[in-house]
Each structure stands twice: as structure tokens, then as C-alpha cells.
Ligand binder design. Structure first.
Ligand SMILES: C[S@@+](CC[C@H](N)C(=O)[O-])C[C@H]1O[C@@H](n2cnc3c(N)ncnc32)[C@H](O)[C@@H]1O
Length: 221
């Protein structure tokens, strides 16, 4: 059972998840762990209590490919209000800010992820807004011109509801970009594929050394 949630100290992050580029030559820098399990152990030792898996400590493959896409095609988000839904460490939102988004809101229900995303924004000299609510249940809560969804379709029930909510956003003109590394619950139809790429992943976490990611734009159906 989890005890009190503990925000990792600056020293712990610097030692176990130092700032590094999202991928080679990317201008987006985030706190990322070379060894997620060493970080997790050290975090629990610092907290003196069990802590959840630090999913915020790696750029997920979806975020890596979203970063590439937004930096190579900044017109997708330039001048727009962008929401990074389930942002983790916030890499995709940071790329949107670098690409010229008018406002980027980083959203996550994990307060530690938001804390790290805030630190990552500061490290990149970028200003983001932060939102800790679960916005996945109601399209009216998703107030943005563009929504980035990276590796969030990982459970059958929530994925079905999330897709309904996102399609409702598309129907009112919102650009919704879904990036996913091949999970069966990600949208399979009613999309336009904007990018496909294979990226290296943390074998300790994922059990494989690379994953193929698709970035899809949801279409009105
Ligand atoms: C697999 S990680 C992906 C993080 C990030 N999008 C990326 O690609 O690096 C999924 C993230 O979604 C967050 N999450 C899960 N359910 C959520 C919800 N209902 N609303 C907001 N965030 C959620 C988790 O806390 C976690 O940080």
C-alpha cells in the first residue's frame, strides 16, 4: 500500500534522473532516469514510504515522436491553445511551446508528474499552465484548440470513454493528435496517420528495446 506521496528532491532528481534531451539532438530537455528502478528505490528511501512507479521519469515513445512531429511541423500548434493530456514529464507540451503554441496546459492526475513537468518547463525556460483534474470524462472540460494524447489508451474501459470525449472535441473543430505505441485500445479507424517511427525504449520497463509509434489525427466521423 502507498503511504504519503513525496515530491522527489532536486538532489534526487539530479542524481537519478538528470536533465537530458528527449532524444539525440532534440532541444527538449527533461529529467529522465537511466535506471528507473534505481530512481524508484532512492525515491522511496528518501520518502521513507512506498511510492508509485515513477512513470514521469522517462519520455514515453509516444512523446518522443510527438516532439519530433511538432518541431518539424510547428504549424500544427503555432498560435494555438494546446492541452497535453496525461502529460507525464511534459515532453510533448514542451515541444508544442517551442513550436510556438500560444498557451500550453500540461495536465496529469499524478501530482508528482505535474511537479516534474513544472521543473522540466523551468529547465527549458518555457512557461506552461498546469492542470491536475481528470479531464477525460467530459468534452466540455477540454478547452483547447489542439489536444496531444501520448500513450494514454492503455486500459479498455477508460480508452473507450476517452475516444468518445475526444471525438466530441474533434466535432467542434479541435485538432486531436493521438500518439501510441501499438496498444490495442488506441483508435484504429477514423484517423489520418501523420507520422510513424520506431524509437528506442527502456527495456527494463517495457521488456523490448524499441517500439513503433503512430501519431494519428482523429477525424470527425
Ligand atoms: C504512459 S504515461 C504517458 C506520459 C506522456 N504522455 C508521454 O507520452 O510521455 C501516461 C500518463 O497519463 C497519466 N494519466 C492516466 N490517466 C489520466 C487521466 N485520466 N487524466 C490525466 N492523466 C492521466 C498518468 O499519470 C501518466 O503520467
Amino acid at each position: 500500500m502507498l503511504d504519503t506521496l513525496h515530491l522527489p528532491s532536486a538532489e534526487l532528481l539530479a542524481r537519478y534522473a538528470p536533465l537530458a534531451a528527449v532524444e539525440v539532438a532534440s532541444p527538449v530537455r527533461i529529467h529522465r532516469a537511466a535506471d528507473v528502478f534505481a530512481l524508484w528505490e532512492a525515491w522511496e528511501a528518501e520518502a521513507g514510504a512506498l511510492q508509485p512507479v515513477p512513470y514521469w521519469a522517462v519520455p514515453w515513445p509516444a512523446a518522443v515522436v510527438l516532439c519530433r512531429l511538432l518541431l518539424s511541423q510547428p504549424a500544427l500548434v503555432r498560435g494555438k491553445r494546446v492541452l497535453d493530456l496525461g502529460c507525464g514529464g511534459g515532453a510533448a507540451g514542451l515541444a508544442a511551446a517551442l513550436a510556438g503554441a500560444a498557451l500550453v496546459t500540461a495536465n496529469d492526475i499524478d501530482p508528482v508528474a505535474l511537479y516534474v513537468a513544472r521543473r522540466n518547463a523551468e529547465a527549458n525556460g518555457l512557461e506552461l499552465a498546469f492542470d491536475a483534474h481528470d479531464l477525460t470524462q467530459d468534452a466540455a472540460a477540454l478547452q483547447a484548440d489542439a489536444i496531444l494524447v501520448g500513450d494514454l489508451f492503455y486500459e479498455r474501459g477508460p480508452a473507450r470513454r476517452l475516444l468518445e470525449v475526444l471525438r466530441a472535441c474533434v466535432a467542434r473543430g479541435v485538432l486531436v493528435l493521438v500518439a501510441d505505441a501499438g496498444r490495442p485500445f488506441a483508435p484504429q479507424t477514423g484517423t489520418e496517420v501523420l507520422a510513424v517511427a520506431t524509437v528506442p525504449v527502456t527495456a527494463d520497463l517495457e521488456g523490448v528495446s524499441s517500439r513503433s509509434v503512430r501519431v494519428q489525427r482523429l477525424l470527425a466521423v
